[in-house]
Design a protein around this ligand. Structure first.
Ligand SMILES: [Fe+2]
Length: 453
């Protein structure tokens, strides 16, 4: 009966192989990002990220986070190609209620469109040999300031998205795509770590993923322009600043010290970030500020508005209604959209609904292919997707699907632009060419219509 036992062994082996294959197929998709060794120089760093609170062409804020109140609190930096380091002392704050320690240095007086390198701690001595030079290099990162102007050979590249981290594997996958694009900076429209103002361990994961994975060539870090979402806030909406969103307000020094702010890049771009009711009322003072901010920026070639909750979403329909009937969407269309239409924008970036979407060009709450505003979203950098309205229901949608996108935006000096939606496997979901930089403002729109009659 020896042949029987041999046959049994073969059958058992085949069964085992089949079980392994089935198991592999059923296992959740692992991150394709390889393990990376600890960072040299500062082996226990939790996060390292770049932000701006002032002019992005001449300043850069370098932020880093660790767990220790007494670790190095200085930054050495120099223009790439220079030999001497400058050293700056960092500000420090405990990101309460956790014991995370954030340190930051705002560097000013920098040259536009110029690469700098920096490291944490005192400046290293001049390297005596190649090994020492390599050690310095491996504990040094880079940043590039934004250009003073765009030229035909110097477009601006932005990645944009929000709702970043249901799981670490998901945020890792999309952060890797963002890094491959080699953008100048990122616009992140809220729901970053999903810590809900209380779960600091999630903040650590989000920071670490950005620091390790969202890094361009030559260890160049990608600056981030951040907005607030409901998952930054205890309770999601109507929170107090800073008490109900302690991580958001602890990690970021915001321009003008508010969650609604504008950043101006030369005369070619303004980015306007808004708080869709998380710690600031949608209407009232914020809407008044928006009008004055847009009125002051009519000369900006491109103007991108970004906020978390969408005016023209794809999910969260109230009972018996559509997504766009949600009271938050209605409030945004009443308080903000008339200002977008009055002054003209390049695009409105929207989030929270965990899908891919591009609206038709919309104006006065109707399709206007000639001079309507494009709303791109819908916030699914690294989250499970939902469902989208059917084409019959979703009259405002040109394209939508339950897919995770980031938006890869290229702005060019001639006023044209391309918005490309990229899935987390690198495939292109959508490509939107823009032939003019902003929708025409109301006054011009009316004049054009009058002339056409
Ligand atoms: Fe959200």
């Amino acid at each position: 009966m020896r042949w029987m036992s041999a046959l049994h062994r073969v059958i058992a082996a085949l069964a085992l192989c089949a079980a392994v294959l089935v198991g592999l197929a059923a296992a959740p998709q692992a991150s394709r990002v390889p393990w990376q060794p600890p960072l040299s120089g500062v082996p226990d760093l939790v996060g390292l990220y770049l932000t701006w609170s002032k002019d992005p062409t001449t300043t850069m804020t370098v932020n880093w986070v660790d767990l220790y109140p007494d670790s190095p609190s200085s930054l050495h930096w120099r223009r790439v190609g220079d030999s001497a380091w400058s050293v700056a002392d960092a500000s420090r704050v405990a990101v309460e209620p956790s014991s995370l320690q954030r340190r930051w240095v705002e560097l000013a007086g920098l040259r536009p469109d110029t690469m700098y390198e920096f490291g944490i701690g005192p400046a290293p001595a001049a390297p005596a040999d190649e090994k020492a030079a390599k050690a310095i290099e491996s504990s040094t990162w880079r940043f590039r300031t934004m250009p003073a102007a765009l030229t035909p050979t110097r477009p601006l590249r932005i990645v944009a998205g929000g709702d970043m981290m249901h799981t670490r594997a998901m945020v890792d996958a999309m952060n890797a795509q963002a890094a491959q694009i080699q953008p100048d900076f990122a616009i992140l429209g809220g729901d970053l770590a999903y810590e809900d103002g209380v779960r600091g361990a999630r903040v650590i994961d989000w920071l670490e993923s950005w620091m390790r994975i969202c890094v361009a060539e030559d260890r160049r870090l990608i600056p981030m322009v951040v907005g607030i979402g409901n998952h930054e806030v205890r309770g999601g909406y109507g929170g107090r600043i800073p008490a109900d969103a302690p991580y958001f307000y602890g990690l970021f020094t915001l321009p003008e010290g508010r969650p609604h702010y504008a950043l101006d890049f030369g005369r070619y771009l303004s980015v306007v970030m808004l708080d869709s009711g998380h710690t600031t009322e949608i209407g009232g003072a914020q809407a008044q500020w928006l009008e004055s901010a847009l009125a002051a920026r009519t000369a900006s070639q491109f103007l991108i508005a970004c906020y978390h909750y969408p005016a023209y979403g794809t999910a969260k329909a109230p009972e018996g209604g559509l997504s766009i009937d949600n009271p938050r969407s209605v409030a945004i269309r009443e308080a903000w959209v008339p200002h977008f239409e009055r002054y003209g924008v390049t695009v409105a970036l929207e989030h929270d609904h965990h899908n891919f979407k591009r609206t038709h060009r919309l104006r006065r709450h109707a399709r206007d292919d000639d001079n309507g505003i494009l709303y791109l979203g819908d916030g699914a950098w690294g989250v499970e997707t939902r469902t989208v309205p059917s084409p019959e229901q979703g009259w405002w949608l040109a394209k939508a699907s339950p897919t995770r996108p980031l938006w890869d935006i290229e702005l060019r000096s001639d006023g044209t632009a391309t918005m490309r939606a990229v899935a987390d496997d690198g495939s292109t979901l959508d490509t939107v060419p823009l032939s003019s930089p902003r929708t025409r403002p109301d006054a011009q729109h009316q004049a054009d219509r009058h002339q056409g009659q």
